[in-house]
Design a protein around this ligand. Structure first.
Ligand SMILES: Cc1cc2nc3c(=O)[nH]c(=O)nc-3n(C[C@H](O)[C@H](O)[C@H](O)COP(=O)(O)OP(=O)(O)OC[C@H]3O[C@@H](n4cnc5c(N)ncnc54)[C@H](O)[C@@H]3O)c2cc1C
Length: 387
């Protein structure tokens, strides 16, 4: 099997690298660092102008019709450069759900504006007390004439402060079994009764608590059938998890190599050993990501492959960033922008990011359970012995 990319894909890679040099300016980086939002409207619009928002969606939908391999190259290069792509990633996850289960009217209304960079979407699943056990969400959407009224609170709604819509998982039937009483909605953030308050994470990234107080939406805000929310969220989750952490590992390796050169410590055997292991982890992570992407033709397979890529990539990022940071000694703990910071503070920043990466999109423990059950066929949990 030939793993090498074809010439067209490599030329796309060069195009993305040139784009990054032109558009990922110090102004963009400063805006991202000061707001904590890993999204920048100006940068996002420039991405859309190239056709890289919804890149693999069909031309009729507003996309560029790129195949999976080429689309992955675009994401890989943007992420490796540390570009603010959270808006791109989350919007496309929700967009996939709209493509699959949205009405013709919703697809018409939303997909082309998404591809033009005019709409940014956030994910509103998690609640205080309902993270891993997502099916227990309590935010309520109740029938109100022809529409719905939403009341409740979500936590960790990343980009909920800048997005145009939140893709909300809400309980529509409190009497149904917990997985069956859920429905998904696209709630406009401009709605009366919606608000967002910041949560700053360890890496400086902002996420939000979002509040819904008597928020009224029409029935055209509902995505999919009433009671189908659990299935829809699970399809969307399969698209959320993948090999994006390979690019973070590549950033880590690049930063460590730069430090090795700067400090003329690159020859030390201990450092070289650590670097070698990080390079190997980055490559394994990349290959698992390619497999996850390839297997997305089937949502069920994609869920397991995506979970494998996510657990491996995030745990490797945690392990290798800690190991390389240790090698840099006291300079390693200095922040980005601080004089004398090892590798410009990049290793330390990636180490902090790795702590939360093992949590969002499903924690490592929960995803390992999913892999054990769905791939290895292991039982759900220890059963009580019969009395
Ligand atoms: C930076 C960041 C951004 C996020 N962005 C979003 C977003 O945009 N939208 C959104 O909806 N959510 C978002 N999340 C939420 C994220 O998906 C949840 O934090 C995650 O699913 C874990 O849920 P929890 O925080 O409630 O932890 P809990 O579920 O309470 O877990 C606590 C601990 O218990 C363990 N645990 C829980 N259940 C089990 C089990 N069955 N078996 C073994 N161990 C278990 C977990 O692994 C974890 O270590 C984000 C989170 C973070 C940190």
């Amino acid at each position: 099997m030939d793993f090498a990319a074809d010439r067209e894909t490599e030329s796309l890679r060069a195009e993305v690298r040139a784009f990054v040099r032109e558009h990922l300016t110090s102004d963009v980086r400063e805006r991202v660092a000061s707001t904590g939002d890993y999204h920048d409207r100006e940068f996002h619009t420039a991405l859309a102008e190239r056709g890289w928002v919804g890149a693999h969606w069909t031309v009729e939908e507003g996309g560029r019709g790129l195949d999976r391999a080429k689309t992955d190259v675009v994401y890989e290069e943007l992420a490796s450069a540390g570009a603010p792509t959270e808006g791109l990633a989350i919007t496309q996850i929700v967009g996939e759900a709209v493509r699959r289960v949205g009405t013709a009217e919703q697809r018409e209304r939303l997909l082309a504006p998404i591809c033009r960079g005019e709409l940014v979407l956030a994910l509103g699943y998690t609640e205080p007390g309902s993270g891993s056990d997502l099916a227990s969400v309590r935010t309520r959407a109740a029938r109100d004439g022809a529409g719905w009224v939403v009341d409740g609170q979500k936590i960790f709604t990343t980009l909920g402060n800048v997005a145009d819509y939140v893709f909300l998982l809400a309980r529509t039937d409190p009497d149904a079994p917990k997985h069956a009483g859920l429905t998904t909605f696209l709630v406009p953030t401009a709605s009366a009764g919606f608000s967002a308050a910041p949560i700053l994470t360890l890496s400086g990234q902002r996420t939000n608590v979002t509040y819904y107080s008597g928020v009224r939406v029409g029935d055209d805000a509902r995505v999919g059938e009433v009671g189908q929310g659990w299935e829809i969220v699970n399809v969307a989750l399969a698209f959320e998890r993948g090999g994006e952490f390979a690019a973070q590992l590549r950033r880590l390796v690049d930063a460590a190599v730069a430090w090795g050169h700067d400090e003329e410590r690159g020859d030390e055997t201990r450092f070289r050993g650590r670097l070698g292991r990080a390079v190997a982890s980055a490559e394994v992570s990349r290959l698992l990501g390619v497999r996850a992407s390839w297997s997305r033709g089937s949502a069920e397979a994609g869920a397991v492959e995506g979970a494998m890529a996510k657990v491996y990539g995030t745990e490797a990022l945690l392990r290798e960033s800690r190991s390389l940071l240790d090698a840099t000694g006291v300079q390693g703990v200095r922040n980005r922008g601080t004089a004398g910071a090892a590798a410009g503070g990049e290793l330390q920043h990636l180490y902090r990011e790795s702590q939360i990466a093992t949590i969002y999109g499903g924690t490592s423990e929960v995803l390992l359970t999913l892999i054990a059950q769905q791939r290895l066929g292991l039982p759900r949990g220890r059963r009580r012995p019969p009395p």
